[in-house]
Design a protein around this ligand. Sequence first.
Ligand code: OGA
Ligand code: ZN
Ligand code: ZN
Length: 406
Amino acid sequence: MLSLRRRLWQAAAASLSRRCLSVRIINERNIELQPAAAAAAEERLIFPGVWLRDNCQCAKCFHANSQSRQHDWDKFDTQVRPLQLQLNAEQQQLQVRWSDEHESSYGLSWLRERSFEPQAQREYLQRDYRPAMRLWAGAQFEQVAQRFDYARVMSEDAALQQWLQALAVYGVALLHGAPLDAGVVRRLAERVGFIRRTSYGEEFVVQAKPGAQNYAYLSTPLPLHTDLPYYEYKPSVNILHCVVQTASSGGSNLLVDAFHIAERLRQEQREHFERLCSIAVNWNDIGSEAGQQFHNIWRQPVICRDADGAYTRINHSVPQRDSHFTVPLEQVQPWYESYAKFVRLARQDAHSFKLQPGDVLSFNNLRLLHGRTGYDDTEQNSRYIVGAYMDWDIIYSRLRVLKRQQ
Ligand code: OGA
Ligand code: ZN
Ligand code: ZN
C-alpha cells in the first residue's frame, strides 16, 4: 500500500507537471523546471546536469533489481552537458539528450523527491536518514521516557515503530509487561533485526556473582558510564530486562542525557568542553569470558562530534579507563579538572528509577550515561537483569522500512 506521504508526493508531482510549462538549460550545464508564471517562485527546481547524468535511470546505467547505479565510472564525463530537453506532460517525464550521446528520462515525481532546495533536503534527512534528537534534562525524564507494551511491540508493526522512533529521538524508551524468561532480550532484538555480539556474549546476565571479573557483576553501586567505551565500534543500544528486582532499597537505575550535559558545558564552560572534545583517552578492558581472554583498547575523547559539530558519541567509564594516559604532561591536570566538571554535572542531572520485573529498559549507549545504585541480595531474592545490545544500523534500517510500509 502506498504511504500517504508518497501519495502526496505524487499528487504534488502531477500538479507540478501541469504547472510546469517549461524546462530549460541554464549555465549550459544545469536543468531548470519552471512552473507557470503565476505559480510561486520557490517551486522553480534546478538540477545539476552532472548529477542527473550520474543518476540516469535507464537499464544500462541503473540496475533496478538491486537499486544500484551500474554505469562505468572510469568513463564518466564530469563535464557532461544536456543538449536537448523534452517535457512529456502525459507521462510526467523529462527527457534529456546528453553531450556524451546518451539519452535519459526522469519521472517528475522522482525529480521532485530529490529537490536540491535546502528545506526539501532537510525534510528528507529527518524523514529518511535519522529523526532529529531531542535533548533533555533529568527533570524532564517522566515526559520524555515513553512506555510501550511488550506484547504489542512484538506483534504490531505500528507499536514497534513507535518504540524505535522514541528511542531514536529521546535516546530512551521503556517496555512493560514482558514475560519473566531469559529469552526476552533476544526475541526483542530479533524483532528489530539481530543482537550485537561483544566479548560478553550475545545476551548477558547482570547479577552479583562470586569472584566477578566484571565490575558490573558486583552488587556495589555502578557509577554513571557508557558500556564498552573501549570498542571502536561501540554497541549502540542497550536492552536491560528486569527478571528479578532486589527487595532491598537499592538496585535503581540512573540515566542522564550526556549530549545535553555536553551542550551545557559547551555553553557555560567552553574551555572544559573543548578539552573533553580534543584530548584522547585510552579506554580499556582486560579480562576473560567463557574461557576467552580479551584485551581491548580504544583511544577517543570523552565528547565526540562530527564535522558539523553534532554529537556522535560520549565515552565515560571510571573502571574502564586505562592507567596509561598517553598525553603530554601539561595536559593531565587540566584534563582531570574538565572531566570532573563533566562527571559532576552529569551526576547532578541523573534521574533515578527502579525497574520492576517485566520491565525492559532500552537506551542509546552512544548518548546516555547509565548507572545503578548498590543493593543487597538475599538467599530468597537475588537481582537478575538480562542484557543485550543492538546497533543503530539495524534499528534505523528497520525504522525506514516500517515507515515506508505505513
Ligand atoms: C551494566 C549495567 C545496570 C544494572 O551491567 O553495565 O549498567 O541495572 N547494569 O545492573
Ligand atoms: Zn542511462
Ligand atoms: Zn552498563
